[in-house]
Design a binder for this molecule. Structure first.
Ligand SMILES: [Fe+2]
Ligand SMILES: [Fe+2]
Length: 258
């Protein structure tokens, strides 16, 4: 098994990884995964396995938020609990399709960087800014591209899976946007907490992904989904502009889905 404490990663930027049973090989860096090139026959099935684990990471992040912030407002805790249920359902959907297509759990290495980055952030507002507002908002763009690609391939099962997932992910981004906006209005300190979370997450993300993992990985911004998820017109415009320019890789534009 590949160690999660690879010397290449700075341990001060990451939480310990979540538990995985003996079936899994846990990679620390993107380069250690099975990164099949475009057009490779295994690329699609490997994606289903990787994404299954990514959904478990999202579940674990939301569960950690419930565990670590017991005094958060009840409505927010309810949204986080619902998110746990949604992410568990997503993991099961990806697993189902993966196994239907002949895969077995543990067949490829998995990355737990999402959990390790998010659970390391000390503030709840910072965690929501990274997981929901950056990773999952970037995931919305990726899902929309995925739907178009699957449709072109005539892969109706995958189109259906992505469409169900997209509806849930919009709600995850939206409740976080609402709560982040309220929080920054009421408590200016939140802005500093978000800034600090973004700086740490960006450093950590680039350590995991390396130049190979971020190259050419951005998707066109899905303005409609982002508006539905509570982003302002100005924020949507900025996302479109950044991704049109393919300006550098950020957590928002390179994570596949949440
Ligand atoms: Fe999500
Ligand atoms: Fe999800």
């Amino acid at each position: 098994m590949t160690s999660e404490t690879s010397p290449a990663l700075d341990p001060t930027l990451f939480a310990d990884g979540p538990a995985r049973d003996a079936r899994f090989t846990v990679a620390a860096r993107w380069a250690e995964c099975a990164n099949f090139p475009d057009g490779h026959p295994l690329r699609g099935i490997e994606f289903l396995h990787r994404q299954m684990n990514e959904e478990v990471d999202s579940l674990e992040c939301s569960a950690a938020n419930l565990r670590d912030f017991p005094d958060a407002p009840w409505e927010l805790r309810l949204s986080l609990a619902r998110q746990c249920a949604d992410e568990a359902r997503h993991a099961a959907m990806f697993r189902h399709l993966f196994e239907l297509r002949g895969g077995h759990v543990g067949q490829y290495p998995v990355l737990n960087f999402q959990y390790r980055i998010v659970a390391h952030i000390p503030s709840l507002v910072g965690r929501l800014a990274i997981q929901n507002r950056s990773f999952e908002a970037g995931g919305l763009d990726a899902i929309t591209s995925g739907i178009e690609h699957a449709r072109r391939q005539g892969d109706d099962q995958l189109v259906e899976l992505f469409e169900a997932q997209r509806a849930d992910e919009i709600s995850h981004v939206r409740f976080a946007n609402e709560w982040i906006n309220a929080s920054t209005r009421q408590n200016p300190r939140s802005v500093l907490e978000i800034g600090s979370a973004l700086a740490g997450a960006s450093k950590a993300f680039h350590q995991v992904m390396g130049p190979e993992g971020t190259e050419g990985a951005s998707y066109p911004a899905d303005g409609a989904a982002r508006r539905e998820a509570g982003f302002s017109d100005a924020e949507v415009g900025l996302a479109v502009q950044l991704q049109t320019n393919a300006a550098g890789a950020s957590p928002a534009d390179t994570l596949r889905r949440g």
